[in-house]
Design a protein around this ligand. Structure first.
Ligand code: NAD
Length: 497
């Protein structure tokens, strides 16, 4: 069968890059499986996408929000109809098991419906004026062209978290997906087009950092919404600073599960397996640290290791597989490097620690689910984002100790506590300096109608999802209407009662 080639999508047309170069997208579970060829775009292609978005903005911003929302409702329906195919494409291009890629697509459905609902709200405020015969209110305004730059680990969910709110608010979009997951991006853009998004309103350009850089600096771009590593987020932030663009950054994590001595241990262990090894540990919210009370530490370790050893690793598309490959050879090398670092630092390797290369696994980027015990809080494996199936278990003496360890990292995305004590649960909800806290659940499992994001090196104060996302993609305008027929001066004229 001939290899399929995919194009950029600019101004309603599928176009080849000016570079004339293509890059390969291969299955991380089987490098012999070539999924397709995609455009290795240039900054000039990015310019064309922004220019098309800028032209389309003139009319899209004036389409009534409930009408923009109708298109999103249709898009959500179409994603639902195509869910199974999209999930299979996603597993093939980034590796996570089908059950999880179905969840990823479902998240895009949920978010698109949620934001479509916002089309009949987009609430502002009306407030009484301090002066007679004067009306005061605030309304949301779109910003203009939105650059959307996304990673590979949630290849449809994350683009939907950004593009759906951008559109409902009246912005147009120049979108650059990760080069590891361009097919899911093409699938999403096709849905939007089929749902009736007009030409130029959503444009997609595939390619590397050059394209992302241009989308971060282009003078017509008014807001940049980026999800990815903190290192790249910093560059995007700096690039966009020159002309004061609004920048929304969702970045790395080093999330923690705290397990107290009164926890339901089996439940906690289920949570650690799912939180630590779901998506092969490649979630921004992955539970890469587990802090366990010393009274239950040994028993926890025994059961956690035993449970992890039973995980079935393989091609995410195959029945019964619980953990797929990591996304790329580079990511696999990073994981292997950290396993070495952990051992050199004196942590105890309790299970895993090796690349999997037997039989068909040799064709992919597979790594054993790995647990380190006797990790101390300042070790690199307890501080740095590994983004792979490696969990560090740290011993603690008390709740306060656990909270200190939990907060003692550069990131602040998600934390969780397992306890049956409501006082401890509330203390953690209050004292963990993270954007998300779970009680008796792992660090993953966010729902689309609450804000999502983190503190410190995870984020720059914005949130996506829920109505918080509207703050990223709209600006407030305050409107005063004086119908007194005379000059009334706020703060100066006083009202006779
Ligand atoms: P990455 O930072 O390498 O890349 C993210 C995107 O930025 C990609 O599209 C990439 O091509 C692009 N890019 C690279 N260099 C750029 C530049 N100089 N200018 C503009 N764009 C550039 O991240 P990744 O490996 O794709 O994803 C993994 C990271 O994403 C992890 O750190 C993870 O924690 C993070 N992540 C965070 C969240 C969150 O919501 N906080 C969600 C998912 C993933």
């Amino acid at each position: 069968m001939a290899t399929r080639s995919f194009s950029n999508f600019i101004d309603g047309q599928w176009l080849a890059s000016k570079s004339g170069h293509l890059f390969e997208n291969r299955n991380p579970a089987n490098q012999d499986d070539l999924i397709g060829l995609f455009q290795e775009s240039t900054p000039e292609d990015a310019d064309a996408a922004v220019q098309a978005a800028q032209r389309a903005y003139a009319s899209w911003r004036l389409v009534p929000a409930p009408k923009r929302a109708e298109i999103l409702f249709r898009a959500a329906q179409l994603i639902a109809e195509r869910k199974e195919q999209f999930a299979r494409d996603m597993t093939r291009e980034m590796g996570k098991v089908l059950e999880e890629t179905r969840g990823d697509v479902q998240e895009a459905i949920d978010m698109t419906y949620f934001m479509a609902g916002e089309g009949r709200r987009l609430y502002g405020q009306t407030v009484p004026s301090e002066l007679r015969d004067k009306f005061a209110m605030s309304v949301r305004q779109p910003l203009g062209v939105s650059s959307v730059i996304t990673p590979w680990n949630f290849p449809m969910a994350i683009p939907s978290w950004k593009i759906a709110p951008a559109l409902v608010c009246g912005n147009t979009v120049a979108f650059k997906p990760s080069s590891l997951t361009p097919l899911s991006a093409v699938n999403f853009v096709n849905v939007l087009t089929d749902a009736g998004v007009p030409p130029g309103v959503v444009n997609m350009v595939t390619g590397g950092p050059d394209v992302g850089t241009r989308l971060s600096v282009h003078e017509h771009v008014k807001v940049v919404s980026f999800t990815g590593s903190s290192a790249v987020g910093r560059i995007v932030n700096q690039n966009a600073a020159n002309d004061f663009k609004k920048v929304h950054l969702e970045m790395g994590g080093k999330n923690v599960i705290l397990i107290m001595d009164d926890a339901q241990l089996e439940l906690a262990i289920e949570g650690c397996v799912w939180g630590g090894f779901g998506t092969s540990g490649q979630r921004c919210t992955a539970a890469s640290r587990v802090v366990v009370h010393e009274k239950v530490y040994d028993e926890f370790i025994r059961q956690f290791v035993e449970r992890t050893k039973r995980l079935k690793v393989g091609d995410g598309a195959a029945d019964g597989v619980q953990m797929g490959p990591v996304v790329s050879e580079g990511q696999l090398q990073t994981v292997m490097k950290y396993v070495e670092v952990g051992q050199k630092e004196g942590a105890r390797l309790l299970t895993g620690g090796h690349r999997l290369e037997s039989g068909a696994l040799a064709r992919g980027h597979f790594h054993e689910p790995t647990i380190f015990g006797e990790v101390t809080p300042k070790m690199r494996i307890a501080q740095e984002e590994i983004f792979g199936p490696v969990v560090s278990v740290i011993r603690c003496r008390s709740l306060e100790d656990a909270i200190d360890i939990g907060n003692g990292v550069a990131y602040g995305l998600s934390a969780s506590i397992y306890t049956r004590d409501v006082n401890r649960a509330f203390a953690v909800m209050r004292d963990m300096y993270t954007g998300i806290v779970y009680v008796n659940a792992p660090t993953i499992g966010a729902e689309v109608h609450l804000p999502f994001g983190g503190t410190k090196a995870t984020g720059n104060g914005h949130r996506e999802a829920g109505t918080a996302a509207l703050e990223v993609f709209s600006e407030w305008k305050s409107l005063y209407v004086d119908f007194s027929g005379k000059l009334q001066r706020a703060q100066i004229d006083t009202e006779e009662i």
